[in-house]
Design a protein around this ligand. Structure first.
Ligand code: GRG
Length: 333
């Protein structure tokens, strides 16, 4: 007997339009109460959390309502003067992921000079390994996510020249699989999140020529399930965040039109919380800023006009990327 496909069923009364005002309120209020349990339990992802929420608000054209000076001071205080890296929150060890999120926020605010930029460059360079890979921090975990974080950070600071670029590309290429996808390390299973990381990396390095373009685009389209939602790898449930990891990848490959946009949009809209605003991983679950950003960013790639245009490589507003005169590679026919 064939194994049934893992998927969800969308309810007839699921929302079919963007609950714009509810999302603005949800994102503005999220994390304001420092005394609640969730706030204390999410210290370890604070700065990335700020990037998700602030970018989502910017996509909804609401940046003017965020306390910029307070945020910039907070980020400054999270920079470790010794290594130059930035931690998730005050008193935490620095990590490449939060270093990138901090640089993305400051780039959006046009306030990159608020931090010790040379320190950040020193931190990223020190994390590159002899085989070209990057660790996320001083504890040594290697992952293709960190290859993207490293080059995205350096390119936003206009210092891509500081690393061994050839070695970095060779490492990412060694993570490519027979199905055209990429995993976290050589011989690891292809995963849509890591496909985005590797394509984003190659887009910044102007080396998308090395990908198996149509084989990979086909594998990405196979992530779409009967509900319209996308999973990250075979046999897994859909999650609205893959709308971003898969669509941004298809956009970089010039194959966005291969997916069923209408069905995906239906799934994304069904993930909205009609009471509180915000998007959850799947319809009916609890919403959060992470899923809200990647849902809104995917809707932007699908051409939803109320949402500002997103850049598929950096997951930042396109007008910021244009202001910084960055032009990461995109394959077009
Ligand atoms: C947004 C510019 C920008 C950078 C972020 C950290 C990062 C860079 C990207 C993360 C990409 C990602 C989602 C990687 C996947 C990690 C992973 C292996 C998740 C586990 O997935 P599954 O398949 O579980 O085990 P699910 O939850 O899909 O069922």
């Amino acid at each position: 007997m064939a194994t049934p496909i893992k998927d969800v069923i969308l309810k007839e009364n699921a929302p079919t339009t963007i609950l714009f005002d509810k999302h603005v309120e949800f994102l503005r209020e999220y994390g304001k109460n420092e005394d609640n349990f969730e706030f204390g339990m999410t210290d370890y992802l604070r700065i990335s959390g700020m990037y998700w929420g602030l970018t989502a608000l910017e996509l909804l054209n609401q940046t003017h309502s965020t306390p910029q000076d307070e945020i910039v001071t907070y980020i400054k205080n999270c920079q470790d003067p010794e290594s130059g890296g930035i931690g998730a929150c005050l008193g935490h060890d620095p990590h490449l992921l939060h270093t990138l999120s901090a640089v993305q926020i400051l780039a959006m605010y046009d306030k990159l000079d608020a931090i010790d930029v040379e320190g950040v460059i020193r931190y990223v360079v020190a994390l590159q390994q002899p085989d070209g890979s990057f660790t996320g921090d001083k504890w040594g975990e290697v992952d293709t996510r960190f290859s993207l974080c490293a080059v995205a950070t350096l390119s936003l600071l206009k210092r891509l020249d500081a690393i061994n670029a050839e070695g970095a590309v060779r490492f990412v290429e060694s993570c490519m699989n027979f199905d055209g996808g990429f995993g976290s390390r050589p011989l690891s299973e292809s995963h849509a999140g890591l496909v985005y990381c590797c394509l984003g990396f190659l887009s910044i390095m102007n080396r998308l020529d090395i990908v198996k373009r149509d084989v990979l685009a086909w594998w990405l389209c196979e992530r779409q399930l009967p509900s319209g939602g996308l999973n990250g790898r075979p046999e897994k449930l859909p999650d609205v965040c893959y709308s971003w990891w898969v669509l941004s990848s298809l956009t970089l490959l010039g194959r966005l039109h291969w997916i069923s946009a209408e069905q995906l949009k239906r799934f994304i809209l069904a993930c909205q919380d009609t009471e509180t605003g915000g998007f959850a991983d799947r319809p009916g679950d609890v919403p959060d800023p992470y899923h809200s950003l990647f849902a809104l960013a995917a809707l932007s790639l699908l051409g939803q006009h109320e949402i500002k245009t997103i850049n598929p490589t950096y997951c930042m507003p396109q007008h910021v990327i244009d202001r910084m005169q960055l032009s990461p590679q995109i394959l077009r026919d």
